[in-house]
Design a protein around this ligand. Structure first.
Ligand code: ATP
Ligand code: MG
Length: 419
């Protein structure tokens, strides 16, 4: 898009603890959404340790790629808060105290009868040549830099501070700096129970069109499909998003769960409410994950009655009423047991619908006939019960999540197809 250069953004999360991928990041997703609203897409996201040369290197890469670079974290008073020093190293300059922010800190502290310590003063450091960004919710100021006409913005990592400073100070300035960004529209679809390769056939005609970005993200039986449209070059994004929605509805048929990003569990909840139905669950190998997913949706009490986690064979008989002999004859991981479980869940809770899972999540416990990764998923409505065998030899947690997704999807589709 030359001539009409589209500004892009990078986010750098600074902190040795943030390099642990299991560490949850809430600043990145927040900034991504807010920048998307300004039509400045985030195209680079990195996590970097608290070490000056590492921070400088990460900033260098980000500035080479993007017009806007925002950092989160490392502005506190302690010795491991080194974001400013990293930026100063890259820009070949030094850090210095911002006099005005020092005065602000002194005033704030003296009103509480306290004085500013040497460590506390570090929170008023900015990179020479930059500007302090006031922090209404905390003590560390941010820093606004303009190296080579680009924007480098240092913000604290504490989520309340990061968000309020981004909204109040950073986004308005970015809007002024990039007034001619293209307008962006999007379609976010959720599909389930269909292999990525099959969905791909529906998406294929849309690839490679100027101004149109298509992404497909498969995750254990669920596909997140996103179309992003930029105008210009697309003249009428509204018309094209309508056409994309129609095309997806036709191509993905009863695998298309939503066209607005609504999750499987929320779509199922909405459908139950619409039809005035209730549901229950009986879980073995998924150990409560179905209930967790369902009650994670606010308002689930209006349709979810409860569930029974019956892991042990005896528990399946006593708690769910699986008839004696069924497990003995067919095994706990069988169509017959899954159907009896779903029947039991509906009956015990007096629910209109139910789902059930029973399987070998692995890695051990498999046999030649029922290898690890085999799960029977069952679903039942007032019209009867159905079951389906899944076999995905994945790790234990993935097998469970896949089974949950298939169970939720199967009930959703069954209810959707009912007159
Ligand atoms: P502080 O003055 O507290 O040292 P800081 O700007 O140096 O602030 P960090 O030390 O990196 O920021 O993080 C402060 C707190 O904010 C930590 O408790 C951390 O868990 C949390 N935090 C930091 N970054 C993120 C993030 N990306 N998402 C969610 N929480 C974060
Ligand atoms: Mg810190």
């Amino acid at each position: 898009m030359k001539g009409n250069h589209m500004a892009t953004a990078a986010l750098i999360l600074v902190g040795s603890e943030m390099v642990d991928p299991s560490r949850k990041d809430s600043n990145g997703p927040y900034a991504c959404t807010r920048l998307q609203d300004l039509a400045i897409p985030v195209v680079y996201l990195a996590r970097v340790e608290d070490r000056i040369p590492s921070i400088a290197e990460a900033l260098k890469t980000a500035l080479a790629l993007c017009d806007v670079v925002i950092t989160s974290g490392g502005l506190g008073p302690t010795g491991d808060d080194l974001t400013r020093e990293g930026a100063a190293m890259l820009l070949g300059t030094v850090v210095r105290e911002d006099e005005q922010w020092i005065r602000t800190l002194e005033e704030r502290l003296s009103s509480r009868g306290r004085t500013l310590s040497a460590a506390g003063r570090r929170q008023a450091l900015i990179v020479d040549g930059g500007e302090a960004i006031p922090n209404g919710n905390g003590l560390a100021c941010g820093c606004w830099l303009r190296p080579e006409g680009k924007s480098l913005v240092l913000l604290p990592g504490v989520p309340s501070e990061f968000r309020s400073m981004l909204d109040a100070e950073v986004l308005p300035r970015l809007r002024d700096l990039h007034p001619h960004q293209p307008r962006v529209a999007s379609v976010k679809a959720v599909a389930a129970g269909i292999p990525e390769a099959d969905a791909e056939a529906t998406l294929a005609p849309w690839y490679g069109k100027p101004g149109l970005d298509v992404s497909i993200l498969p995750h254990l039986g669920v596909l997140q499909i996103t179309f992003t449209l930029a105008s210009p070059p697309i003249d009428d994004p509204k018309e094209l998003t309508d056409e994309i929605r129609r095309h997806l509805a036709e191509g993905l048929d009863d695998h298309l769960v939503s066209l607005d990003g609504t999750s499987l569990e929320e779509s199922l909840g909405r459908l139950l409410l619409e039809k005035g139905l209730t549901m229950a669950a009986a879980e073995s190998c998924t150990g409560g994950l179905i209930g967790h997913r369902i009650v994670s949706v606010p308002g689930a009490s209006r349709y979810f009655l409860g569930e029974i986690v019956a892991y042990d064979n005896g528990a399946k008989e006593t708690l769910l009423g699986v008839p004696p002999g069924v497990i003995e004859r067919h095994g706990a991981v069988s169509e017959e047991t899954a159907l009896a479980m779903v029947r039991g869940a509906r009956a015990r809770f007096g629910a209109s619908c139910a789902v059930a899972t029973t399987g070998v999540a692995g890695p051990s416990g498999g046999t030649a006939e029922k290898p690890a990764g085999t799960v029977w998923v069952a679903w039942g409505t007032r019209r009867g019960e159905k079951a389906r065998r899944l076999y995905y030899p994945l790790d234990r947690c993935s097998v469970m999540e896949l089974a949950v997704n298939y169970a939720l999807f199967s009930l959703w589709r069954e209810l959707k197809s009912e007159p």
